[in-house]
Design a binder for this molecule. Structure first.
Ligand code: 13P
Length: 341
């Protein structure tokens, strides 16, 4: 393991002004996104859509530090034969790869899941490194509900995250450690804070036991928000304060940066929350984004599978990327959204 190299990559991933584009939707997930814009999901349409994003050269070079790819995408070439990995590198951005194999029900724990994908991971990581990946992602999923999450679910998922992170570092690949507490439930914001704290404390204990070097990692957590079905809304300030409070209680300063997932927040909410946290400041890590839906909803809609819409889709993507880039600096303003609209 080359810790100096890992730290350099991790620092680059969380460069102020920039963040990560999560374009690693599995074939099933991207099909759902394409269904909602009336586009057939084929290897070619998936390629065309992702090529459009990665060729948004101005946005990519100014605001996107890295891109998380899916197994299919890291092997694909653009229409002109250039590999998609090369397009990302040419824009000065870092290619990464999702390596988990999704979730499966946890036996004897109804309603809970554990993320799979450790078998053969060492060999897959070596291959992905050869294909250009310099960082990886593994997502653990924790749901909040009646009687859940359980200790066993949190422990099993944290252990798997730590095993994954160790294998990544052995291969000189920076692990994005993603324990996502879902915002789907009917819980309030304080319950989200309590569970997120429990999860993060367990994750950092497991990372320690696995001898993972935190300087060569990036954390990708949820923000602390009320559950979608709670009918409650929290102010931007409350989300920012409660999220920072939990992170300060759990995440060692050796971690270079925290790149939030958007998790079903609206695009503008995700930006406003990140911006508010950076306006509070005074934290030992860089705070940035690793958004999927909150970066792609607008460009997907603008594109809708039509060639003649590519430029409009690229403009929509560039706008969201710029807004989130500003949020990493605490320099976003809501009127910038109105002007663009
Ligand atoms: P969202 O920002 O859409 O939650 O996706 C980020 C991600 O990579 C989830 O694993």
């Amino acid at each position: 393991m080359n810790l100096a190299e890992l730290n350099k990559i991790a620092q680059a991933m969380v460069t102020p002004g920039k963040g990560i584009l999560a374009a690693d939707e599995s074939t099933g997930t991207i099909k759902k996104r394409f269904d909602s814009i009336g586009v057939d999901s084929t290897a070619d349409t998936r390629r065309d859509y992702r090529e459009l994003l990665f060729r948004s050269t101005d946005a990519m070079s100014k605001y996107i530090s890295g891109v998380i790819l899916y197994d299919e995408t890291i092997r694909q070439t653009a229409k002109d034969g250039t590999s998609l990995v090369k397009l990302i590198e040419q824009a000065g951005s870092i290619p990464g790869i999702k390596v988990d194999k999704g979730t499966k029900p946890l036996p004897f724990y109804p309603g809970e899941v554990v993320t799979e994908g450790l078998d053969g991971l060492r060999e897959r990581l070596a291959e992905y490194r050869g294909l250009g990946a310099r960082f990886a992602k593994w997502r653990a999923v924790i749901d909040i509900g009646a009687g859940i999450p359980s200790y066993s679910c949190i422990r099993a998922n944290a252990h798997a995250l730590a095993r994954y992170a160790g294998l990544c570092q052995e291969e000189d690949i920076v692990p994005i450690v993603e324990p996502e507490v879902l915002m789907d439930g009917g819980h309030d914001i304080d319950r989200c804070a309590q569970v997120t704290e429990w999860v993060l404390k367990t994750v950092y204990e497991e990372l320690y036991l696995a001898r993972v070097q935190l300087e060569g990692t990036v954390l990708k957590p949820n923000m602390v928000v009320p559950g979608k079905k709670s009918g409650q809304r929290a102010s931007v300030e409350e989300v920012a304060e409660k999220t920072i409070r939990v992170l300060k209680n759990c995440v060692p300063p050796a971690v270079p940066g925290i790149a939030f997932l958007s998790g079903g927040q609206s695009e503008e909410e995700a930006t406003a929350h990140l911006d508010a946290m950076n306006k509070i400041g005074g934290v030992p890590w860089k705070l940035t984004f690793s958004y999927g839906r909150a970066l792609q909803a607008a460009p997907q809609k603008a594109w809708s599978g039509k060639n003649e819409n590519v430029a409009a889709a690229q403009r929509a993507f560039a706008h969201r990327a710029r807004m989130n880039g500003l949020a990493t600096l605490g320099q976003w303003k809501q009127e910038l959204e109105k002007r663009a609209a």
